[in-house]
Design a protein around this ligand. Structure first.
Ligand SMILES: NC(=O)c1ccc[n+]([C@@H]2O[C@H](COP(=O)([O-])OP(=O)(O)OC[C@H]3O[C@@H](n4cnc5c(N)ncnc54)[C@H](OP(=O)(O)O)[C@@H]3O)[C@@H](O)[C@H]2O)c1
Length: 247
């Protein structure tokens, strides 16, 4: 097991990609705190699956877009785990509309959760990682942040912001035992993409060389690679998992 003795927090660990990341980390031996904002039942189920693997799992409810709430969550996690080795900033939302129809509230909401959320969660754990001279931070970005998308100006801007944040922080923290990386999924089968109309899905599939959407488990395994000792020499990277959509 590659992560035995490590502790991790996965934001948005209750569903989709975050759930798969939480399970993949636990599979490799990590104890995992599962963050969620409202899906308590789903988060509890993830926790039960992790405990069945013989790991410790705790629930870590918080709205990552809210700094005081995130700070409170970090205190709870530190009380339970004593220290945090791995932070996966995965929580994210979309609120798609063409720019002309996009209102300020929709812009703010997506930026608050997707971009401010990454700042908030990283901020509340970084001093402790510096103190222990070890940390692995992985931010989940998106191919949309790399290429833009019709109707997703808010989402694309938030993810491009996270990618730039990742590289800046990687430079600041290199040499202090902390690596900071991003994983940029393409289209992955989760609730987030379930609303895509069949016509659009077919068009997307025609643009993806591997001719399918990815699975959440495939993203989970990539995160394990980065945060295990296999990934010790990787920092400031944005690993694409997109079936060849962008190359
Ligand atoms: N699916 C894709 O094709 C795709 C592609 C590229 C990137 N991504 C990125 O991958 C990440 C996960 O996406 P997904 O498809 O797995 O999404 P999802 O199935 O909609 O799950 C979203 C997760 O984020 C949590 N969340 C939402 N708002 C939150 C908040 N304010 N505070 C804390 N947690 C919050 C949700 O918690 P609750 O369950 O409590 O609501 C849920 O666990 C996102 O950052 C997304 O942008 C997804």
């Amino acid at each position: 097991m590659k992560l035995k003795g490590r502790t991790a927090l996965v934001t948005g660990g209750s569903r989709g990609i975050g759930r798969a990341i939480a399970l993949a980390l636990a599979q490799e031996g990590a104890d995992v705190a599962v963050n969620y904002v409202s899906s308590e039942g789903a988060a509890k189920e993830v926790g039960e699956e992790i405990r069945k693997m013989g790991r410790v799992s705790i629930l870590a409810q918080a709205d990552v877009g809210d700094y005081p709430d995130t700070f409170r969550m970090a205190q709870d996690v530190m009380k339970e785990f004593g220290h945090l080795d791995i932070l996966v900033n995965n929580a994210g939302i979309n609120s798609d509309k063409t720019f002309v129809k996009m209102d300020h509230a929709s812009w703010r909401k997506v930026l608050a959760i997707n971009l401010d959320g990454v700042f908030n969660c990283t901020k509340v754990f970084i001093d402790q990682m510096l103190k222990q001279e070890y940390g692995r931070v992985v931010n989940i970005t998106s191919v949309i942040g790399q290429i833009g998308n019709f109707g997703q100006a808010n989402y694309a801007a938030s993810k491009a912001g996270v990618a730039a944040f990742t590289k800046s922080l990687a430079k600041e923290l290199a040499g202090k035992g902390i690596t900071v990386n991003a994983v940029a999924p393409g289209f992955i089968e989760t609730e987030m993409v379930q609303g895509i109309p069949d016509k659009v899905r077919d068009r997307l599939l025609s643009q993806i060389p591997l001719k399918r959407f990815g699975t959440a488990a495939e993203v989970g395994r990539a995160v394990v690679y980065i945060v295990s000792s296999d990934g010790d020499y990787i920092t400031g990277a944005e690993l694409s998992i997109n079936g060849g959509l962008l190359m």
